[in-house]
Design a binder for this molecule. Structure first.
Ligand code: ADP
Length: 575
């Protein structure tokens, strides 16, 4: 008898009622039996577990309580009396056949924990999880003839656990995200570069790190303010426009060693800083729209300044090297000029000496010649020759004297002891006039003109030295001009400036601008085709300048090559 054939409580009496009249004792046994059957059936029907009894090698479902029917997704009628894998054809090949066969063959129960089964529930394939026991059922002979399944639905339990696990996972992810966020914030806070996040088209300052605050200096709170408000001093420095451009174009901008002027102490004074920076556009989630700008900046002022300093030093060094080079060149030129000077001096001293010697020998010869008494003509000739030789000797002596005087003056100037012998209240006009008159007498090959408007210009100066300056300028004008040209000498007092100007103008070869700048250097001489044959030591102007300077005056030249030159010198007007 199968459990499905158990009598219900309603027909209990009719089913257990025998056709013959049993004894009272037998009746009471039957009653008890019926009661326990009834209890079992109730238990079976209401059990909080899913129970089914399978019989035979095909696992015919002999009994199934509502709960297992629910689990299987079938009604009782759909399953009772049918082989298990016919009633639940979708449960085939999920491993249950083997498990049941094992129990049937061995009689060893099988306990399954949270095993999944894919079943058809209300026309839908669903995976349900079971905890179950396959228990062998034996007949009186102890042979296993069936299997009793006792199962509970673990689906919800698993779902609940999954939920918890998912929750745990979520929490873990949340913790990880939080840790990551913290790490990022720390990085952000400790980053040596200044970082700021600007939002929207107005570049509202959203986030700044300490390095950024240090970079931009003391200022009122910047967070929440548009850049133009937070950094008003940047107007006209091009930074707003750069930000606008990055926001508009979505193209990042990299600035290298750019000058930025910031009000570092919030006192209206701008400081120059050099920065390397990037403006990186921040895109929205879909990467279609720029939402802000990520600013990263590092101050490199010291590096730039150090480099500028190095560059400046290098330039200075180059200038020094160039100067040294020039000085070297000048030195070698001066050396060359000195050699020439020595050669000229030697020549100029030797020439008159040779002449003097020649005339002296001639003189001696004349003197040794016996003069016949009374030979008047011979005596006269002797006297003439004697006179000529003496004059020539004197002339050469003068030449030598001039040269020696020049050398002496040079050495005085060099030694810095030009002792001036001031004459108080001397008339400079008088001196100029005399000098021109002297030239008019001795140099008929030139025309001399005097430009004088005043009868006298009286001041205090060393007459001999100033005369020497004037004569040097006049003799240069003659030396460096072709014959038949005019030399003009002029003088004019300038009371307002408290000075008197003297000039000597010629119509000579003129002087190149380069030479004009160097004429007053010692030994300097300009070499041109016209002046090639003119001899000189290059000392006259040098000494003249020293004399004029010593008097407190100035000396200079104005000249056009090919048109002539005018030399000027001034002396202070002293009463
Ligand atoms: P020196 O005449 O003995 O050479 P100076 O010192 O008097 O020496 O003159 C220096 C140089 O200046 C001359 O060699 C000549 O080249 C130039 N110089 C001076 N005066 C004139 C002038 N009036 N015209 C043109 N060149 C002149």
């Amino acid at each position: 008898m199968t459990m499905t054939n158990l009598p219900t409580s309603r027909d209990r009496n009719s089913e257990v009622a025998p056709s013959s009249q049993p004894s009272i004792e037998a009746n009471s046994v039957l009653d008890k039996y019926a009661q326990s059957l009834h209890m079992l059936q109730d238990l079976f029907e209401q059990a909080p577990a899913a129970i089914a009894i399978l019989r035979g090698p095909n696992y015919v479902i002999e009994m199934a309580n509502p709960m297992i029917c629910q689990l299987w997704g079938r009604t009782k009628d759909q399953v009772l009396g049918k082989p298990l894998f016919e009633a639940l054809s979708e449960a085939k090949h999920q491993g249950f056949e083997e498990l049941l066969a094992g129990v049937l063959a061995t009689g060893i129960p099988f306990v399954g924990n949270e095993l999944p089964a894919t079943l058809l529930h209300a026309g839908q394939i669903q995976t349900v999880y079971f905890n179950f026991v396959y228990n062998p059922m034996r007949n009186e002979a102890g042979i296993v003839t069936g299997v009793i399944i006792i199962a509970t639905d673990a689906t919800q339990q698993i779902a609940a656990r999954e939920l918890i696990e998912r929750d745990k996972e979520k929490q873990l992810v949340r913790q990880q995200v939080e840790a990551e966020r913290k790490r990022l914030l720390e990085l952000f806070a400790q980053a040596p570069a200044g970082i700021a996040v600007l939002r929207g088209p107005e570049h509202v300052v959203e986030l700044v790190n300490p390095a950024y605050l240090q970079l931009v200096g003391e200022r009122p709170e910047t967070i929440g303010k548009p850049v133009r408000q937070a950094f008003p001093e940047l107007a006209d420095q091009g930074y707003y426009e750069l930000l606008d451009e990055v926001y508009k174009s979505g193209e990042p901008f990299v600035g290298n060693e750019r000058l930025i002027q910031l009000d570092l102490h919030n006192d209206g004074k701008l400081s120059d800083l050099f920065v390397n920076f990037t403006y990186q556009p921040l895109w929205n989630v879909n990467s279609v729209q720029v939402e802000g700008i990520f600013v990263q900046a590092v101050e490199v002022t010291e590096i730039v300044q150090a480099r500028q300093k190095v560059e400046q030093l290098a330039a200075e060094l180059e200038a020094v090297i160039e100067k040294l080079h020039q000085a070297n060149q000048e030195l070698s030129q001066a050396d060359q000029r000195k050699d020439e000077f020595v050669a000229v001096v030697t020549h100029d001293l030797r020439t008159p000496l040779t002449s003097i010697k020649g005339y002296a020998q001639l003189l001696k010869r004349h003197l040794l010649k016996p003069v016949q008494n009374g030979d008047e003509a011979a005596w006269q000739l002797f006297l003439t020759k004697y006179l000529r030789s003496t004059e020539a000797i004197l002339q050469q002596c003068e030449r030598m004297e001039k040269l020696i005087t020049l050398l002496l003056e040079f050495s005085q100037v060099q030694a810095g002891n030009l002792d001036l012998n001031y004459k108080l209240a001397a008339n400079l006009v008088e001196m100029v006039k005399t000098a021109v008159e002297d030239q008019n007498i001795t140099r008929e090959d030139y025309t001399f003109v005097l430009e004088v408007t005043e009868a006298e210009v009286v001041t205090s100066f060393d007459i001999i030295r100033i005369e020497q300056v004037l004569n040097n300028l006049i003799s240069n004008a003659i030396k460096y001009s072709p014959p038949a040209t005019t030399v003009t000498v002029g003088i004019e007092s300038k009371p307002v400036q408290s000075e008197v100007v003297v000039w000597v103008r010629d119509q000579g070869y003129g002087i190149s601008p380069t030479a004009q700048a160097r004429l007053f250097e010692r030994f300097y001489r300009e070499r041109t085709a016209q002046t090639e044959s003119v001899t000189g030591l290059g000392l006259g102007l040098y000494i003249s300048q020293e004399i004029v300077n010593e008097h407190g005056g100035r000396i200079w030249v104005e000249s056009q090559p090919g048109e002539g030159s005018t030399f000027y010198f001034t002396l202070p007007l002293k009463s």
